[in-house]
Design a protein around this ligand. Structure first.
Ligand code: CA
Length: 238
């Protein structure tokens, strides 16, 4: 039997934790709970969850700081931010600091379960990264190479740290070089769910983050290029 996946819920409103725990367990997940940011960070490190649902406004340490601390510590666990408001700044900031997804409160339980499932499937598809030498990486363009066995990206032989989503966006575009993808298509192909409202902004933010990491001059990218009015593509012209 497949091992149960564990979801860490970091949320200070007890009634929300209760309803999340109930529904997630009914879907077959194990759950861990934390009611403040510091405890959330501690349980994220000790409990090795498969996904974290992370509220933003938390006592002791806010959700953004928890996510930032996790990423700085090298954790790639999928993080879904629960934002209380329909505020663009919250969503963008969440993605900037390495969250994988966000859900606006109040959310429908069906949507939340779907997002959790999509984010876990994405991670499950990519086998655990084994340390591997830069030599076995395949060059995709210029001085950029990807090792799809170890899930590592190198520029000029040096490892570039990417979040899971950034890695997947890069490998998806790079495996279809010079083909332009609209944001709506990338939402479906890379994010695993259909286009929903203003989610296209998520693609823009992730592209920007990716460029900051892989491009020598993010303002004048040579790998991930924009075709105005059409979308993004991976260029092998470089
Ligand atoms: Ca809260």
């Amino acid at each position: 039997m497949e091992q149960k996946k564990t979801i860490l819920i970091v949320e200070d409103e007890k009634n929300i934790v209760d309803i999340l725990r109930f529904n997630l367990q009914r879907e077959g997940y194990d759950t861990l709970e934390a009611y403040d940011g510091e405890d959330g960070l501690e349980k994220a490190r000790s409990g090795k969850p498969d996904l974290i649902l992370l509220d933003v406004m938390l006592p002791r340490m806010n959700g953004f700081d928890v996510c930032r601390a996790l990423r700085e510590g090298g954790s790639n666990v999928p993080v879904v931010i629960l934002t209380a408001r329909e505020e663009e700044t919250d969503k963008v900031l969440g993605l900037e600091i390495g969250a994988d997804d966000y859900i606006t409160k109040p959310f429908s339980m069906r949507e939340l379960i779907a997002r959790v499932g999509a984010n876990i499937r994405r991670t499950a598809m990519s086998a655990p990264a084994a340390r591997s030498a830069a030599e076995s990486a395949m060059t995709v363009a210029g001085d950029l190479s990807i090792n799809t066995d170890s899930h590592q990206v190198f520029r000029a032989g040096k490892v570039i740290e990417l979040t899971q989503r950034e890695y997947e966006l890069l490998t998806f575009l790079a495996s279809h070089p010079n083909k332009v993808y609209a944001r709506i298509d990338l939402m479906e192909q890379v994010w695993n769910y259909g286009y929903v409202g203003d989610d296209a902004r998520t693609v823009d933010v992730t592209v920007r983050r990716l460029r900051e990491k892989i491009e020598e001059d993010p303002a004048n990218p040579r790998y991930i290029l924009t075709r105005r009015g059409a979308g993004y593509y991976f260029s092998t012209e470089a």
